[in-house]
Write a protein of this length. Structure first.
Length: 333
């Protein structure tokens, strides 16, 4: 235990054996193809593996080939597995049910999503006084309710009133004086009216401005649809404010896991398909990272960041990459 972790912006890999037969860390420029003995050494050096879901374990309602077997085998070998998702459209329970339905051995308490973590942040960290104006779905509203937080704004909302002067009517519409925060999550019912209302609440500098995540693309079997980040950018532009982000690449979800499960960062690896969320969160938390090429980001993008002179770009370089999580299966045989 206690193996060293590559420094931020300096991913590394293990090769050979050091004192006591432990793998020895060899520093590299990062973005190393993970296979063979190196893969076996890496898995032997970790107790806990964190997985993004969409694009890593499944696309839409179809699991990535080999992903179910890999996750289940890891747990059979005594590894701790957790699932981290920026998708706020499902509750912890719903994600647990989806994982189970696809064949993964998983319990809801292994899932850390932006919906429950945002509710915890508002209650425990922000010490919210008042209610929340929510641009988001039923799952996010439910997680807020579970923490005793009252919210308004979710759902389809009222129909737009036809006729002249609707903009003046929206501007004059009374606001709820109890609202102390504006929260943006995935909302299939996003409208111009909601945008106007959120921007008006945020004119008050004391109003908390939160976003579950800033992913601009939600991976699907058909290639993807606009994600929550598109809505966040609209509200940021309309309010001239910047949202505080709860999901990846923020460290907040990982901090929640550390508090609840006592995770050792030096014995943990983050596996994801996005450089700007999964890999950057791993860098922000001092974790080794693995990029899978079954989702959003490409190897060419990772290499371009590696060649950059910018330290910020270096944080987007994974320690390792694989074509798919299924490529790691042989290391567990």
């Amino acid at each position: 235990r206690g193996l060293p972790v590559p420094g931020r912006g300096l991913p590394g890999h293990f090769s050979g054996s050091g004192a006591g037969g432990l793998p020895t860390l060899v520093m590299s420029a990062g973005c190393v193809h993970l296979s063979g003995a190196l893969c076996s050494e890496l898995l032997a050096s970790v107790d806990t593996l964190l997985f993004d879901c969409d694009g890593v374990l499944w696309k839409g309602d179809s699991p990535i080939p080999g992903a179910v077997q890999f996750i289940n085998r890891l747990q059979e070998r005594g590894k701790r597995v957790f699932f981290l998702t920026n998708n706020s459209s499902k509750s912890r329970q719903m994600y647990g049910e989806k994982l189970h339905g696809l064949g993964f051995r998983a319990r809801p308490e292994q899932v850390y999503g932006t919906a429950p973590c945002t509710a915890l942040y508002l209650r425990q960290e922000a010490k919210l006084r008042g209610s929340v104006y929510l641009i988001g779905g039923a799952a996010l509203r439910g997680e807020l309710g579970a923490q005793g937080i009252v919210c308004s704004g979710s759902g389809p909302g009222p129909e737009l009133t036809p006729g002249p002067g609707p903009m003046q009517a929206w501007e004059a519409e009374p606001l709820d004086p109890s609202v102390g925060a504006v929260l943006i999550g995935f909302d299939e019912h996003f409208t111009y009216m909601k945008l106007c209302r959120a921007a008006r609440y945020l004119r008050d500098p004391s109003c908390i401005f939160l976003a579950t995540n800033t992913d601009t693309l939600l991976p699907t079997e058909g290639g993807g649809i606009p994600g929550t980040g598109c809505l966040v950018k609209a509200v940021e532009a309309a309010s001239n404010r910047t949202a505080h982000v709860i999901g990846k690449p923020s460290a907040f979800m990982f901090d929640c896991m550390v508090k609840e499960h006592g995770i050792d960062p030096s014995r943990t690896v983050m596996v994801g398909d996005r450089l700007d969320t999964d890999i950057l969160m791993g860098s922000n938390c001092g974790l080794r990272t693995i990029l899978t090429l079954t989702g959003v980001s490409t190897l060419e993008e990772a290499m371009a960041n590696q060649k950059s002179d910018s330290p910020d770009h270096h944080k987007l370089v994974p320690s390792y990459y694989v074509g798919s999580v299924a490529d790691l299966l042989p290391a567990l045989d």
